[in-house]
Design a protein around this ligand. Structure first.
Ligand SMILES: [Zn+2]
Length: 265
């Protein structure tokens, strides 16, 4: 029997296409990381239940001390234990949650939220989880701003908020003097917030929210968060802000710029 070269080409192409479809299906299935089976080491402390691989570890002492400090700062009582999944790679987090990040708060099958992180301490996600549960999640400017404003580390036995060890007021001041400070308009809605480099948005909004809280108090900030929704429009954010702070957000932003202009450590 004579097999035409076009027939060989057709079948080769068919086999290759099938192979690629199979690869895509495996990928869509979410990889092979079975975290319920692999995270077999379980540690329980006063505020957390940790799950991790047998040879992995978390700093449970830091987490407890930090969490007590955080609840005090936020004036929140939180009696539920936080589930903390300590993973090893961003890929594992993505396979489980679909989110590309070092850490996130994500809803478990049970319906409650848990921390998924590759970090042995995670202060930032604790803020998201506690604030979200207590008062809801505001738009990103306030959501990430608050998480950074309370992202604290132990310095001389005191918790000092900072952006991964750097003073976020200094970072914001430098962005301002280098003409890299985003406008308040560009940070208001999530869509535009997400278009800007997080190395800028996180410390800048952390500095702004820390300034708001230090100047007007945590109660007012929580009141604002309480009436806000994650997907609020530009005009709703402006109206809500004015109703709580009795000031335009643009004016508050300019007052904050005045603060960082003068800021030194
Ligand atoms: Zn965050």
């Amino acid at each position: 029997m004579v097999i035409k070269s076009s027939t060989i080409f057709f079948f080769t192409a068919l086999i290759l296409i099938s192979f690629f479809i199979l690869l895509i299906l495996i990928d869509k299935k979410g990889g092979n990381y079975d975290f319920t089976k692999n995270l077999e080491k379980r540690i329980s402390s006063a505020h957390f239940v940790y799950f991790m691989e047998r040879d992995d570890k978390v700093d449970t002492v830091f987490q407890e001390e930090y969490f007590e400090w955080l609840l005090n700062q936020l004036k929140i009582e939180y009696n539920e234990k936080i589930v903390y999944y300590k993973l090893k790679t961003r890929k594992q987090i993505q396979e489980i949650t679909g989110i590309e990040a070092n850490a996130c708060v994500y809803q478990q099958d049970s319906g409650s939220y848990a921390i998924y992180t590759i970090l042995p301490i995670d202060n930032h996600e604790c803020v998201h989880l506690v604030l979200g549960k207590n008062t809801g999640s505001p738009p990103q400017l306030f959501n990430e701003g608050a998480a950074v404003a309370y992202q604290a580390y132990l310095v001389d036995n005191k918790f000092i908020p900072s952006w991964n060890g750097d003073d976020f007021h200094i970072l914001a001041r430098d962005y301002y003097f280098n003409n890299n400070l985003p406008t308040i308009d560009s940070l208001l809605t999530n869509d535009s917030f997400w278009r800007i480099d997080p190395e800028i948005t996180y410390p800048v909004t952390g500095s702004f929210i820390r300034y708001l809280i230090d100047t007007f108090g945590i109660d007012q900030f929580k009141e604002f968060v309480y009436i806000s929704d994650f997907f609020d429009s530009d005009s709703t954010i402006r109206t809500n802000f004015h109703s709580v702070y009795n000031n335009k957000i643009d004016s508050a932003w300019n007052e904050w710029i005045g603060f960082i202009e003068q800021y030194s450590m």
